[in-house]
Write a new protein. Structure first.
Length: 131
């Protein structure tokens, strides 16, 4: 006997997990991702909230992910440029003159995650699969 859950039921089960820290939007994004995965792959998944908690982690931003997973994300995802005066390659600052992080840094972090796992983006944060 099998019981099929709808999106709201999956979200509620994820939010009931006291050992997880899902936001409502994060739980909904993960539920929708899992449903889409089932459709695309033609497989039926069994909901295991403990396994999902271990495999996926929610972050508020790409920078929060990088802060959590890398000792020095500035070095890991920094931007190299060739100094036109010397011809040498140097590391560029991760922030611009206004103190904002360069868009290329965000792109580098996103590319790293997509190359090594899963990135689920939603309004208010991201979910990354552990690799």
């Amino acid at each position: 006997m099998k019981y099929t859950l709808n999106t709201n039921e999956i979200v509620n089960e994820l939010l009931r997990d006291e050992n997880a820290a899902w936001s409502y939007n994060g739980a909904r994004a993960l539920a929708e991702y899992l449903e889409q995965y089932e459709e695309e792959c033609g497989v039926e998944l069994e909901l295991n909230v403990a396994a999902l908690r271990c495999k996926y982690t929610e972050y508020e931003s790409l920078i929060d992910y990088a802060d959590d997973c890398f000792m020095s994300w500035q070095e890991e995802f920094g931007i190299e440029y060739e100094n036109p005066m010397t011809g040498e390659t140097d590391m560029q600052s991760t922030v611009d003159c206004d103190g904002n992080i360069h868009e290329a840094i965000f792109s580098n972090i996103e590319e790293y995650i997509r190359d090594n796992g899963t990135l689920i983006e939603f309004d208010g944060g991201i979910i990354v699969s552990e690799f």
